[in-house]
Design a protein around this ligand. Structure first.
Ligand code: OAD
Length: 227
């Protein structure tokens, strides 16, 4: 039987590609304040600081390579119906070959204009004074969903959950909503729920199954079982 699988990924799936997570001891939120670099208010106060933060992350993400977990999920599309919903703003899923992918928190490779809402490919280094290539306004920002803003694709995610047979969460701490609420919704709908993490996440009691270990090992093993 072809399974219909919704997979939520978080920073943990990219950790073994060398990209830092947010909430561990050495994580990004230990070094930067969320209010300063991941809110519209922080951007209004100090856009140069925010651009510098995402320029740094864009440069890091560009040199990182997908790991076996990303590649295994891309291969899974050959035998199952898969939607990957990633909270990550790197492009490691698409570079591993995943086609059916939704960046619910935006992407480091995209820029947007807050005047005309145009979107385009972000340069490696964004400057506060960059004009919008469409309307010319100097109101450009990274196309990243910040705290207090609406994530992308929620209707599509909801529809996919309604139709799913399996929901899997990989490398996410289950602390940021609405993504953290998907497991409860999946469970309510009778979808089988599966978590992959180094340790149980905040939502762990809602998962039917927990696979502990590095994603680069646990995810390819799971894919080999169901492919
Ligand atoms: P977190 O940093 O909150 O959580 C990362 C999770 O990955 C933790 O539960 C780790 O235990 C797990 N982990 C780390 N290394 C792993 C590995 N090798 N294999 C498997 N699991 C591993 O990151 P997210 O849950 O992605 O949002 O954070 C969610 C959102 O919070 C982000 O999208 C970002 C952040 O603030 C915005 O910026 C809006």
């Amino acid at each position: 039987m072809r399974e219909r699988i919704v997979i939520l990924t978080g920073a943990g799936i990219s950790a073994e590609s060398g990209l830092g997570t947010f909430r561990d001891a050495e994580g990004l939120w230990a070094k930067h304040r969320i209010e300063d670099v991941a809110t519209p208010e922080g951007f209004a106060r100090d856009p140069a600081r925010v651009q510098a933060f995402y320029n740094m992350r864009r440069a890091e993400a560009r040199t990182a390579a997908p790991n076996p977990a990303h590649f295994a999920l891309a291969a899974l599309e050959a035998t199952q119906d898969v939607l990957i919903v990633t909270q990550n703003v790197d492009t490691l899923h698409e570079r591993a070959g995943s086609q059916n992918l939704l960046h619910m928190h935006g992407s480091l490779t995209q820029a947007m204009c807050t005047s005309c809402q145009a979107r385009w490919e972000a340069p490696l280094v964004m400057e506060v004074s960059d004009p919008c290539p469409h309307c010319g306004a100097r109101h450009t920002r990274p196309d990243i969903v910040w705290f207090g803003e609406m994530p992308y694709g929620l209707e599509q995610i909801d529809a996919a959950l309604q139709n799913a047979t399996i929901f899997a969460a990989i490398g996410t701490s289950g602390t940021v909503y609405p993504a953290a609420g998907f497991v409860a919704e999946a469970r309510r709908l009778g979808v089988r729920t599966l978590e992959f993490n180094l340790e149980p996440s905040a939502g762990q009691p809602l998962f039917d199954e927990l696979r502990i270990g590095p994603a680069s090992e646990t995810v390819p093993n799971w894919v080999a079982e169901i492919a």
